[in-house]
Write a protein that binds this ligand. Structure first.
Ligand SMILES: NC(=O)c1ccc[n+]([C@@H]2O[C@H](COP(=O)([O-])OP(=O)(O)OC[C@H]3O[C@@H](n4cnc5c(N)ncnc54)[C@H](O)[C@@H]3O)[C@@H](O)[C@H]2O)c1
Length: 343
């Protein structure tokens, strides 16, 4: 097909990636959207069903760490834009197997950067999707983009390391990179290891929501549609070499989150019947407060209030109980995947 722009999304079969790919494919029918993903355990082919037959969508099954494959993509297509999302993303698993996190999150980013930089065709923008977790935890200080980076788990350490690699291409070559650091994103189709789908899946199985530890842990939650709006805005209006926080105003203590979901799903006012407290890691990040004024100055506002986003999310999981059917064989009690489904 003749296309006016070519966009490469890595990790486009995952939670955020699949929403991003669907949005790009539908909004821009004259752009070619390429998804490079190795279909890790957290993916379902159903996530991209609505666009897989579209002429402007191309799927490449493969590893972002595969130098030959990534080079081949750049010699086959004139890539204008990259959204780099492919990563190992589960914090608990990162303590159990940090090496694979180092490999995919750091080496994968290096392979992609090098190939993009060496490509004959000049890239317009390389967007690296990072996380608020690179700041580490804070009780009172609100982080802006100039705050120091103090990651406190192997996942966030690898994301921070990859950020430094990305920034080094800006510092040395003025290669047009941009970094986003987002709060927790939630919505339909998120794999069951993350907290909201984990609670919903447990409740669906008539099991209790497991709360790790007794610390007053809370998280900021941003609905997936607002996160995608931010990425699309930054694609057009962001400035090269810059970092942008993508923040949610809605902060919810995890215990309140569980109680809210119990009331929505079980309609049982005796919420304690559905709670179970389990041991936590010795050190846990209590909260990640960030300000996103810089992104707001470009015109972005989160549009979906928590009540609406969580209503849509709960409804989706109720309407699609078999979407992640393998999870019935999986121990999600502590938010960890004990037996991973076959790819
Ligand atoms: N979900 C959040 O709340 C959140 C918040 C901030 C930042 N992020 C970042 O956004 C990105 C996407 O997160 P997500 O929640 O969609 O995660 P996810 O785990 O749902 O998706 C990750 C995707 O990467 C793919 N992948 C993993 N290893 C790969 C490899 N070696 N080669 C190719 N593809 C590979 C997986 O198959 C999957 O499709 C990640 O980089 C994550 O760090 C996520």
């Amino acid at each position: 097909m003749d296309c006016t722009r070519t966009v490469l999304v890595t990790g486009g079969s995952g939670f955020i990636g699949s929403h991003l790919v669907c949005s790009l494919v539908k909004k821009f029918p004259d752009w070619r959207i390429i998804n490079l993903d190795n279909l890790d355990y957290c993916c379902s082919p159903k996530s991209l069903e609505s666009i897989e037959e579209r002429e402007n969508y191309t799927f490449v099954k493969g590893d972002v760490c595969d130098t030959w494959l990534v080079g081949h993509i750049f010699s086959s297509y004139n890539i204008d834009l990259i959204f780099h999302l492919a990563a190992k993303t589960h914090v608990e698993s990162s303590f159990e197997s940090p090496s694979i996190f180092k490999w995919v999150n750091i080496e994968g980013t290096e392979v992609l950067l090098r190939a993009a930089h060496q490509a004959q065709y000049q890239l317009q923008r390389f967007i690296y999707v990072s996380t608020d977790e690179v700041y580490g935890s804070s009780l009172h200080k609100v982080f802006d983009e100039s705050s120091p980076v103090r990651p406190s788990n192997p996942y966030s350490a690898t994301k921070a390391a990859a950020e430094f690699l990305v920034r080094s291409y800006w510092d040395k070559y003025k290669f047009p990179i941009l970094i986003t650091r987002s709060n927790n994103i939630y919505g339909p189709r998120q794999y069951t290891e993350k907290v909201i789908p984990r609670f919903l899946t447990l409740l669906h199985m008539n099991k209790k929501c497991t709360i790790q530890g007794t610390c007053p842990k809370s998280r900021h939650f941003l609905f997936i549609d607002d996160a995608i709006d931010a990425l699309l805005l930054l694609m057009e209006k962001g400035n090269d070499g810059e970092i942008y926080n993508v923040g949610a105003s809605c902060e919810i203590p995890i215990i309140h989150l569980a109680k809210e979901l119990i009331i929505m799903v079980k309609k049982d006012p005796e919420v304690n019947n559905w709670l179970e407290f389990v041991p936590d890691r010795p050190q846990v990040d209590l909260r990640y407060p960030i300000t996103c004024e810089k992104l707001q100055q470009l015109g972005w506002r989160a549009k979906v209030p928590w009540a609406e986003g969580i209503r849509q999310t709960v409804k989706w999981y109720q309407d699609n109980p078999d979407f992640w059917s393998d999870t019935s064989n999986t121990d999600i009690t502590h938010g960890q995947i004990r037996s991973k489904p076959e790819n």
